[in-house]
Ligand binder design. Structure first.
Ligand code: PGA
Ligand code: ZN
Length: 425
């Protein structure tokens, strides 16, 4: 029997994200009484090729209001999806994309499209009385993700001198998610004590990691190594390190070089010098993953870097791929990177994000489901990570409830799944 439940109404409102900026929350009513609700996140270091977020750019909220995008949902997108079967996610997303009509979703706003896309999926799983991950992933959803936990913030996410945006810890994957989470939280607390003892600030950045005014990446990595060891973990075996350089933010197209403005007075680095910089870093520290090591346009550099260190380190395309299956296919063809960061709001509908996950998995690229630096209490990404056996999740420090909400959702999911099925990343 074909499942059928019609969308009766769609309603959106402006709410606040974790930075106090407006974002969209949408509700989809299916049948007489099934309501699905979802809200969209927002980035700070936004890739050039991301789908376009629609902002009001008027006097409210320093131009960051989303009243226009909300209105687009209530008065235009709603009409397109009312009457559709809530279980036909692909058809719903196609209708949303058609209603927008632009290449980068600038007309209606990718934030408007995504809010409806996500709320429809929530309504669908609610109607079936299934957890979201089970609705999205079916019987194949069996594997908990390993957290890549950002415990030290720099770049666009903090007001300190560090140019690298994220310093993460990654627990070895053979334990349960619950144990991995504990290990990471213990290292986080031990890092706090060490920073305090050494006279650094323990205030936090946008993703909940500490944002001390350290001199450079080496000092940050040493500090985290000390923290892991003090917490009783063997660095390199039980806990590894990961970076998100967000290099598009430090690339200067005028002089074709990467400029570390905050950390040191070192001269700008060419692509080759950046590659050597990473080779040195990974020989000194147990780094298992580097995200956005080079600029979003530097395909050749990405190829070269992947050739040089891709067999030892996970190389993750975030701004490079922007969750876009076409850009990802280009990277796969070129051998640029060996993993992709998946952020649903970079592309604007669930169907397109899921297509990118599948494209990556079919090509043997690893997948990391990711939050944005501006988040809400919505835990949708936790379910996506499990639904697609993504392997890894990036959702910040064990601090700030918009981050912790995702971890807590995963704890509940792990209980439902029973036997842990994590594996080494
Ligand atoms: P953003 O940063 O959400 O500010 O873009 C996250 C990332 O670069 O991974
Ligand atoms: Zn990134």
């Amino acid at each position: 029997m074909e499942r059928r439940l019609l969308i009766r109404d769609v309603y959106a409102r402006e709410i606040l994200d974790s930075r106090g900026n407006p974002t969209i929350e949408a509700e989809v009513l299916a049948g007489d009484d099934v309501v699905g609700r979802a809200s969209v996140p927002s980035g700070a270091s936004v890739g050039r090729y991301e789908a376009a977020e629609l902002r009001d750019e008027d006097e409210r909220y320093n131009g960051r209001g989303v009243e226009q995008a909300v209105d687009n949902i209530n008065s235009r997108l709603a009409d397109q999806v009312i009457g559709m079967n809530v279980f036909c996610q692909e058809e719903i997303d196609r209708a949303l994309i058609r209603a927008d009509g632009s290449r980068d979703k600038r007309n209606m706003g990718a934030n408007a499209l995504l809010a409806v896309s996500m709320a429809a999926a929530r309504a669908a799983c609610t109607a079936l009385k299934l957890p979201l991950y089970r609705y999205l992933g079916g019987v194949r959803a069996v594997k908990m993700p390993v957290p890549m936990m950002n415990i030290l913030n720099g770049g666009a996410h903090a007001d300190n001198a560090l140019d690298i945006q994220e310093f993460m810890i990654v627990p070895a994957g053979e334990k349960s998610f619950r144990e991995q989470l504990r290990m990471c939280a213990e290292v986080y607390h031990s890092l706090k004590s060490i920073l305090r003892e050494r006279g650094y600030s323990t205030s936090v950045g946008d993703e909940g990691g500490f944002a001390p005014d350290l001199k450079n990446a080496h000092e940050a990595l040493r500090m985290i190594r000390d923290a892991a060891e003090r917490a009783g973990y063997q660095m390199g075996r039980e806990i590894q390190l990961a970076l998100d350089v967000a290099a598009s933010e430090i690339y200067d197209p005028e002089c074709h070089a990467y400029v570390f403005r905050g950390e040191d007075q070192s001269p700008p680095r060419t692509t080759e010098e950046m590659i050597r910089y990473y080779e040195n870093l990974i020989s000194e520290f147990p780094i298992c993953s580097i995200e956005d090591p080079l600029d979003q346009e530097d395909w050749k550099g990405w190829q070269l870097l992947t050739e040089r260190i891709g067999n030892r380190v996970q190389i993750v395309g975030d701004d490079l791929f922007v969750t876009n299956a076409e850009r990802l296919k280009k990277g796969i063809r070129l051998g640029a990177a060996n993993a992709v960061l998946i952020k649903v709001n970079q592309i604007g509908t669930l169907t397109e994000a899921f297509k990118s996950i599948k494209t990556a998995q079919d090509a043997g690229y690893r997948t990391i489901i990711s939050h944005r630096s501006g988040e809400t209490e919505d835990t949708f990404i936790a379910d996506i990570a499990v639904a697609f056996n993504a392997g890894l999740i990036k959702t910040g420090a064990p601090c700030r409830s918009e981050r912790v909400a995702k971890y807590n959702r995963l704890l509940r999911i792990e209980e439902q799944l029973g036997e842990p099925e994590t594996e080494m990343h």
